[in-house]
Ligand binder design. Structure first.
Ligand code: IFM
Length: 441
């Protein structure tokens, strides 16, 4: 009997995802650039510069993506380049982005453009950044300019990347700029991010009625350390609700679902045409009476679990299926806007690709409407507070020479994209150790 091949839907999108500050280089007018200059902020004192030099030569990597069989790419545009001073829009920067999007189209790659991916212009930071409610107006005006300039080449827009990660790391843990630790400010910022998303959604549709607009949500799995312990279950549930549900559920229900505030939020309703899932890993959670600041949670990795490089988390492919199923309750098309792992020597990535995509395939069989998958990422890039210590690329990058070297997983992903399927021979060629997981017996 022939062995199973796992086919994806005929119009499935296969791509990679990136973000401006992580790949462009020479972004010196935003909060992350300032943050990188401060001692102790980034691991090993790394800086984003020169990154992958996309501002000059993104097209060379687009060639590589096309040669690797990809038909989609998610990239972000840098607000601080487009609006370097309040109210002043730089036509040359917009033109550069037009050429990038056109270059993608010419290579048969459909762009998805993210409008905010963690970085904020310095002029806005000086007046409070995302804490200032006027950000909603500023973001809206900037989004309108971008859509007017780039709409010829793009109709798939992602307003904001991972608003939950941005709020948690910048305003609760304080390891992203502005490095604050205040639940009150975190809630204020969360509200402004949601308002900005909703206003941008409406503005984009006025300018481009056919647009498809969503945001990229990061879902992290939290499981109770002891599923029979009501306290562990409660602590894991609190982590889940406060990290995973605030943004998604507020928009879908039109009701503020913030830890410090519930109430009507009608203007958030009906502001998603699709939802993006960024999935990476999970934690297990035990109740800890001493950890009031952490919502009484002690988080750790499942004992005996396979771990990812640099303490990034646990290798847990089932989590992508669980996350997709939760999001499917919203009744929207879903894009997997990010999924990947840090793996410099590529000893886990081939198996990670196969096992995560197998989980995706399984939920598609259960009628979960997954439209596409964007692997994070094409070429190693600047990993925020982790600097260059974590290598997420299908293609490795030498920062000294800018030389690119595809890792074996780049070819596996190419084969999957070209076949629109996972086949037994791919498993045998790239990750035979995954065979018993995918093709038991
Ligand atoms: O590099 C980041 C990206 O900017 C947002 N999502 C997670 C990725 C890997 O940590």
């Amino acid at each position: 009997m022939p062995e199973a091949t796992f086919h994806f839907p005929p119009d499935f999108k296969w791509g990679t995802a990136t973000a401006a500050h992580q790949v462009e280089g020479s972004n010196e007018n935003n909060d992350w650039w300032l943050w990188e200059q401060q001692d102790g902020r980034i691991k090993e004192g790394h800086r984003s510069q020169p990154s992958c030099n996309w501002w000059e030569q993104a097209e060379e990597d687009f060639d590589r993506a096309a040669a690797l069989g990809q038909n989609a790419h998610r990239l972000s545009v840098e607000w601080s380049r487009i609006e370097p001073r309040e109210g002043y829009f730089d036509d040359a920067a917009l033109e550069r982005y037009r050429t990038m999007l056109q270059a993608l189209r010419e290579r048969g790659i459909e762009p998805m453009v993210t409008l905010h991916h963690f970085t904020t212009p310095l002029w806005l930071v000086e007046i409070g950044g995302w804490e200032n409610r006027r950000v909603v107006h500023f973001f809206n005006r900037y989004v309108a300019r971008v859509v007017e300039a780039l709409g010829e080449f793009c109709d798939l827009w992602c307003t904001i990347n991972e608003p939950n990660v941005m709020t948690a790391l910048a305003y609760v843990r304080g390891i992203f700029p502005p490095g604050k630790q205040s639940l009150r400010l975190a809630m204020q910022v969360a509200r402004n991010l949601l308002r900005a998303h909703a206003a941008a959604y409406r503005r984009i549709h006025v300018l481009q009625p056919e647009a498809r607009v969503g945001f990229a949500h990061h879902e992290h799995i939290f499981d109770p350390a002891n599923p029979r312990s009501p306290l562990d279950c409660w602590a894991a549930g609190m982590q889940h609700r406060s990290f995973n549900c605030v943004f998604t559920d507020s928009v879908v229900r039109g009701w503020w679902m913030l830890p410090l505030g519930f109430g009507p939020a009608w203007r958030l309703r009906k502001t998603l045409d699709w939802i993006g899932l960024n999935y990476y890993t999970r934690d297990v959670v035990a109740f800890d009476a001493q950890a009031a600041g952490e919502l009484f949670a002690r988080k750790f990795h499942q004992p005996g679990a396979e771990l990812l490089d640099g303490g990034y988390g646990e290798f847990y492919p089932q989590g992508i299926a669980r996350s997709l199923k939760r999001l499917s309750r919203f009744g929207l098309p879903i894009y997997i806007t990010e999924n990947g792992l840090p793996d410099a020597d590529d000893d886990q990535r081939p198996r990670a690709l196969l096992t995560h995509l197998y989980q995706v395939w399984k939920v598609i069989q259960e009628c979960v409407p997954v439209m596409g998958y964007y692997h994070w990422t094409l070429v190693d890039n600047f990993e925020w507070a982790e600097g260059w210590t974590m290598r997420f690329g299908l293609i490795s990058l030498s920062l000294e020479t800018q030389e690119r070297t595809p890792r074996p997983s780049a070819y596996l992903y190419r084969d999957i994209c070209q076949a629109n399927a996972i086949t037994p021979s791919m498993i045998d060629t790239y990750a035979p150790e995954a065979r018993e997981l995918l093709l038991p017996g």
